[in-house]
Design a protein. Structure first.
Length: 358
């Protein structure tokens, strides 16, 4: 059985060599390949993985023309992976390669999907843990109750699960929701999430908020229904207040012209209207973007890759006569210098000599 490991890469130069080293140690008894998907990195990440691929044909590289996002990189990896089973994991080593053999064992028991579940998050702030818990709680109630808490994109898929996921070609993607939507047999494997081995998180709070909204709007129309319910309740409150004003006008002498109540009501109703219009507009905009049918990603270079045997929908693959066939080329001097410049002696030191000695 060939195990393909899909790893999106965006500015992860400090961890890549250590990651390859740990993969090699953890998978000695398995037949494996690793597919790095460079998502428009601006550091030396692409140079590092290209040189690594030139010294080991099990290492494959796809490179995007620009940054298309983490979910698009996962999609491209699944589109090109040739293995009988496919793992998706991050490059920051928070997803430990050492548990991959256990995941494969579970897959061989008949599961289509194996999902490691974080039981503890080392190196993360209380704010990060609290917001993560809130996110999974909201998703379970707004999108799909089958979404397990603390299960991310780190997963192992059977071949038929990969083929099923390939059929999803929507622009705004929430892979965790798509996997759950399939309803295939799934096993969970508890593990402790380690701190990043290097670099910085690629999901700051604002980006996490956008990701959460994409997840909710991709799988639920509940925000629209909530705005409708809130509008109905405020309208009822407005009519009740109207009857109260009429009572004061005709039955008492206590009605004093004033602006306070008018301003309060205007603020409430105007705010609700704008909020509802904003939600509707966002859903309409997403439908508009889907209707254009633009590619999910653009691949402009590859290493150790063959041309895909199947048609890949909504993807732009700039295939030249030497597409992916550079495994026998010598690493250029600029690539070697880029690697030396970013290497920390404690990160991947074992891999430095074979990578730059040729």
């Amino acid at each position: 059985m060939l195990l393909s490991i899909v790893i999106p890469v965006f500015n992860e130069a400090q961890t890549l060599l250590l990651l390859v080293d740990r993969l090699d140690e953890a998978l000695q008894e398995l037949n494996w390949e690793v597919l790095f998907v460079n998502d428009g990195s601006t550091d030396a990440s692409l140079e590092i993985i290209r040189v690594a691929a030139q010294t080991d044909k099990r290492i494959k590289v796809l490179s995007f023309s620009r940054n298309f996002g983490h979910q698009a990189a996962i999609t491209a990896g699944l589109d090109f992976a040739q293995g009988d089973a496919v793992v998706v994991m991050d490059a920051d080593l928070q997803d430990p390669p050492e548990i991959l053999p256990q995941m494969v064992d579970l897959l061989l028991e008949g599961y289509d999907i194996v999902s490691p579940q974080r039981v503890f998050r080392h190196g993360e702030t209380m704010f990060k843990r609290w917001t993560a818990a809130l996110f999974y709680w909201l998703m379970a109630r707004l999108a799909d109750r089958r979404l397990a808490p603390d299960v991310g994109d780190f997963r192992l898929f059977s071949r038929r699960a990969v083929l099923a996921i390939r059929s999803f070609r929507e622009q705004h993607r929430f892979m965790r929701g798509l996997v759950v939507w399939l309803g295939l047999r799934e096993a969970t494997l508890p593990f402790e999430r380690q701190p990043r081995a290097g670099g910085e998180t690629k999901y700051p709070p604002l980006k996490m908020l956008r990701f959460a909204w994409t997840a909710i709007s991709s799988f639920s129309a509940l925000p629209l229904r909530l705005s409708t319910a809130a509008g109905a309740m405020l309208s009822c409150a407005g009519f009740i207040y109207l009857f109260y004003v009429l009572y004061l006008a005709f039955r008492t002498n206590q009605l004093v012209p004033g602006w306070a109540s008018v301003v309060v009501l205007q603020c409430i109703f105007s705010g609700m209207i704008l909020l509802a219009l904003g939600m509707v507009g966002d859903y309409v905009a997403r439908n508009y973007e889907e209707s254009k049918g633009r590619p999910l990603y653009v691949v402009n270079s590859a290493v150790n890759m063959s041309q895909p045997e199947h048609t890949i929908a909504r993807a732009s693959i700039l295939i030249g006569p030497d597409f992916g066939d550079v495994s026998d080329r010598e690493p250029d001097k600029a690539a070697r210098l880029a690697i030396v410049a970013v290497l920390d002696p404690q990160l991947g030191g074992k891999l430095v000599p074979p990578l730059i000695s040729r």
